[in-house]
Design a protein around this ligand. Structure first.
Ligand code: CP
Length: 310
């Protein structure tokens, strides 16, 4: 059973196949209007979401299927064990997407079920985000081979996924970071990326000069952002990361012509400034939309694989 828990679950050829399908789905959505007719996607969220929920739900509608939203608070998952609930949930699903706190829980879930499972963002990876982001970069710059992508701010789950996909497709990825999110660190993934010769870490903002794309993301994970117990660490991080804020002055200082990307939600005045979000080179809202086109392709691809296995 093929799942998508992290981008390294896919070979380079499979990643290209999904991207090519996503481009075709976006160009000719009418061809795919019944691609998942009568299929049900069950989405389970342990954390909040705007884009992931909307893009999967709208995507499923456009493919002729149906999506069901579940969260912990309004289901019996809160009073039972997920390992049992998920085996009941899969009886109603053709495909499952889960946004969980822990990657290990996702892996455990995948072992329990015989239904394709998609990671909708955990503390380690955000594979659908990275595939959507690559789709956006291809649309705005062609093949990624030889392109330079700078990730600004904190290394996290989204940067891990971006590194996995982009180095696989021949792009150079520079993490311009003073720190890494300790919950997201994946040393094995970093070693694999280093072997490609396309991955580097620096604190030197000069790397922005020849970047084709610059990405950033929140300095504080969504589950901690309004948690009073995290308030001290939040203040510390704001001080440490402020020089890495993505804004027009920073891009101008380094003569950067990079296209601006952010997976959203944006925290204006922290990791990104208003003048970067609304900049003529900002791709941020198209990037959000591309989550849907990418995930439509991922769902069609996973279900085609399942059918071929049977
Ligand atoms: N980028 C992203 O995953 O957005 P949401 O948290 O709103 O789903």
């Amino acid at each position: 059973m093929r799942h998508l828990l992290k981008d390294s679950d896919l070979t380079a050829a499979e990643t290209r196949e999904i991207l090519s399908l996503a481009l075709d789905i976006k160009k000719s959505p009418e061809k795919y209007r019944e691609a998942l007719k009568d299929k049900t996607l069950i989405m389970y969220f342990e954390k909040s979401s705007t884009r992931t929920r909307l893009s999967f739900e709208a995507g499923m509608t456009q493919l002729g299927g149906h999506a069901i939203f579940l969260d912990k608070k309004t289901t019996q998952v809160s009073i039972s064990e997920l390992r049992d609930e998920i085996r009941a949930i899969e009886r109603f699903a053709d495909i499952i997407m889960a946004r969980l706190m822990k990657h290990d829980t996702l892996k455990e879930m995948a072992e329990m079920i015989n239904t394709p499972l998609i990671n909708g963002c955990c503390e380690r990876y955000h594979p659908c985000q990275a595939i959507g982001d690559v789709l956006t970069m291809i649309e705005h710059g062609g093949d990624l081979k030889g392109k330079k992508i700078v990730w600004l701010g904190i290394a996290n789950n989204v940067s891990n996924s971006l590194v996995q996909v982009c180095t696989k497709l021949g792009a150079k990825v520079t993490l311009c970071i003073p720190e890494k999110d300790p919950d997201a660190v994946d040393s094995a993934m970093e070693e694999e990326a280093k072997k490609t010769g396309l991955y580097e870490e620096t604190t030197d903002l000069g790397c922005l000069k020849d970047a084709d794309f610059v990405h950033t993301d929140t300095w504080i994970n969504m589950e901690f952002i309004n948690d009073p117990r995290f308030a001290g660490e939040k203040e510390r991080r704001i001080k440490a990361f402020m020089p890495y804020q993505l804004n027009k002055a920073l891009l101008d200082r380094y003569g950067s012509k990079a296209k601006i990307m952010h997976c959203m939600p944006c925290h204006v005045g922290y990791e990104i400034n208003r003048d970067a979000i609304d900049h003529r080179d900002s791709l941020i809202f198209g990037q959000a939309e591309n989550r849907m086109h990418a995930q439509k392709a991922i769902m069609v691809w996973l279900l085609r694989n399942k059918n071929q296995e049977q």
